[in-house]
Design a protein around this ligand. Structure first.
Ligand code: KIV
Length: 271
C-alpha cells in the first residue's frame, strides 16, 4: 500500500491476500474522514451510522438517502482511502436487479469505490451480478446486524457445528461470487481463522481473529465516544471524558460570565 501517490485512491483491486494487514475504520462525516484518511486503507460508511450518529437501536432504519449523504461527506473529506458504502436494509435483498439499481445510485452519486452488503450463500447470485457489471463488492458474513431480528440478538456466531459449517459455506460462496474482500463479524476465533485460510480473498475481521487479513472497528467505539464497549472493542482513547470536561468547563465559564473575555470578541481598534 505504501507505493501509492497521496492523491490516488486505493482501489478495491489492491486488496490482496497475504499482503500487509488491511486497516479499515468506519467514518460518517467529512471532518472525521479527513483525520482518518492518511492512516487507513479503507473507510467504511457503515450502516452502523444509524446507531452511532442517529441513535437508532439497530441498523434497520437507515435509508438509502442517509447512506448516500454520509457517503458524499466521507468522499469530500478523503483523497486516499478506498471508500466503501453499506447498502441499507431493504435496498438490495429483493433481487440482483434491485441491488444493481441501488449500488449504481450509490456509486454514481457519491463517487465511492464499491459497496458492502450482508449475506452469504443466499446473496452469492447478487454479488456475482454486481461484480459482472462493474461494481466492486465487499461481503459481510457471520454476525449480520441487518438480520438481528432473525438471529435473535448480537451474540457471537458459529457456536454449534452446523452454524459454523453454514458460515464457512457463506464465506466460500461470497468469495466465489467475486467479492473483493469480506467482513467477518462476531464469530468464534477458530472459525474466523478457518475462514481466512479457506478463502482466496482477504478477510476483514471485527470480533473475529488476529489472523484475519485486516481489521475494522467502528470509529466512535475506538475513540470512546459511543458509550458502547463490546468485548471486541479496544478503546484507544477516552474522548467521551475529554468532551465532557471541555463542555463542563464551558458551561461553568458562561454561567460565571468568564467566557467570552474580550480576547474572543470583535473589539474596535483604538483610533
Ligand atoms: O456498519 C458497519 O459499520 C459495519 C462494520 C462494523 C463492519 O458493518
Amino acid at each position: 500500500m505504501s507505493a501509492i501517490k497521496p492523491t490516488q485512491r486505493i482501489s478495491p483491486a489492491r486488496f490482496r491476500k497475504g499482503e500487509v494487514p488491511i486497516v479499515c475504520l468506519t467514518a460518517y462525516t467529512a471532518p472525521m474522514a479527513r483525520l482518518l484518511d492518511p492512516h487507513v486503507d479503507m473507510l467504511l460508511v457503515g450502516d452502523s451510522l444509524g446507531m452511532v450518529v442517529y441513535g437508532f437501536d439497530s441498523t434497520l432504519p437507515v435509508t438509502l438517502d442517509m447512506a448516500i449523504n454520509h457517503g458524499k461527506a466521507v468522499m469530500r473529506g478523503s483523497t486516499r482511502a478506498c471508500v466503501i458504502i453499506d447498502l441499507p436494509f431493504g435496498t438490495y435483498q429483493e433481487s440482483p436487479q434491485q441491488a444493481f439499481r441501488t449500488s449504481a445510485r450509490v456509486m454514481a452519486e457519491t463517487g465511492c469505490s464499491g459497496v458492502k452488503l450482508e449475506g452469504g450463500t443466499e446473496m452469492a447470485e447478487t454479488i456475482s451480478f454486481l461484480v459482472q457489471r462493474g461494481i466492486p463488492v465487499l461481503g459481510h458474513i457471520g454476525l449480520e446486524p441487518q438480520s438481528v431480528n432473525a438471529l435473535g440478538g448480537y451474540r457471537a456466531r458459529g457456536r454449534t457445528d452446523s452454524e459454523a459449517e453454514a458460515i464457512l459455506a457463506d464465506a466460500k460462496a461470497v468469495a466465489e461470487a467475486g467479492a473483493f474482500s469480506m467482513v467477518v463479524e462476531g464469530v468464534l476465533e477458530p472459525l474466523a481463522r478457518k475462514i481466512t485460510e479457506a478463502v482466496t480473498v482477504p478477510t476483514i475481521g471485527i470480533g473475529a481473529s488476529p489472523d484475519c487479513d485486516g481489521q475494522v472497528l467502528v470509529i466512535d467505539d475506538l475513540l470512546g465516544i459511543s458509550g458502547m464497549t463490546p468485548k471486541f472493542v479496544k478503546r484507544y482513547a477516552e474522548l467521551g471524558t475529554v468532551i465532557e470536561s471541555a463542555v463542563t468547563a464551558f458551561a461553568e465559564e458562561v454561567r460565571e460570565r468568564r467566557f467570552p473575555t474580550l480576547e474572543y470578541c470583535y473589539v474596535p481598534k483604538a483610533k
